[in-house]
Design a protein around this ligand. Structure first.
Ligand code: ADP
Length: 167
């Protein structure tokens, strides 16, 4: 699998599936979640309601339509909320591994990921980058391209540094 980093907006990525840093309720929110619902349109929320009436547990992943975005699917994951005391790192790495498993079920060949939990959920930034890179590198998957989407230059540099460091 190719693992790359780009700087930009996750909603604009021309890939089969984009990953959403959702919350347990799956009814929209801020950050990546807000951007995905704005760009995808109301169909994304309707599909969330229909497919996940009870929301999603922390660390889990599930898919919906991507509505008006270039991608075909959104793979929603719920990262641990470090700020609120959810600090089990396996809940964060599970987001990436479970997202790839859902991508495999869908037959998605290319998937774009944000830095899950690195925003409002407050996971220590460098470790959020490390968890993303190490899990995407070590998970067995049919996905041929995983793209980490950095929202700003700081995130881009941190991811690039981690990608070029030996595991
Ligand atoms: P969480 O609630 O899981 O912490 P956030 O959406 O608050 O998720 O932030 C996760 C990361 O995504 C942060 O690094 C944030 O800067 C970044 N981000 C926010 N909006 C976008 C976007 N539209 N595209 C890509 N990354 C984004």
């Amino acid at each position: 699998m190719d693992l790359e980093v780009v700087q930009g907006d996750i909603t604009a990525q021309d890939v089969d599936a984009v990953v959403n840093a959702a919350n347990r309720a799956m009814r929209g929110g801020g950050g990546v979640d807000g951007a995905i619902h704005r760009a995808g349109g109301p169909e994304v929320l309707e599909d969330c309601r229909r497919r996940f009436p009870d929301g999603l547990a922390t660390g889990e992943a599930g898919w919906t339509t991507a509505g008006h975005m270039p991608a075909r699917w959104v793979i929603h994951v719920v990262g641990p909320n470090h700020t609120r005391g959810e600090r089990d790192r396996s809940l964060l790495t599970s987001c990436y591994a479970n997202a790839l498993a859902v991508a495999d079920e869908l037959g998605a060949g290319s998937v774009a990921f944000p830095l899950v939990s690195a925003g409002v959920y407050g996971w220590p930034f460098d470790d959020a980058v490390a968890a993303a890179v190490e899990t995407l590198r070590s998970t067995d998957t049919g996905v041929s391209l995983a793209r980490l989407v950095a929202f700003d230059a700081r995130a881009f540099d941190a991811i690039e540094r981690r990608l070029s460091a030996r595991p």
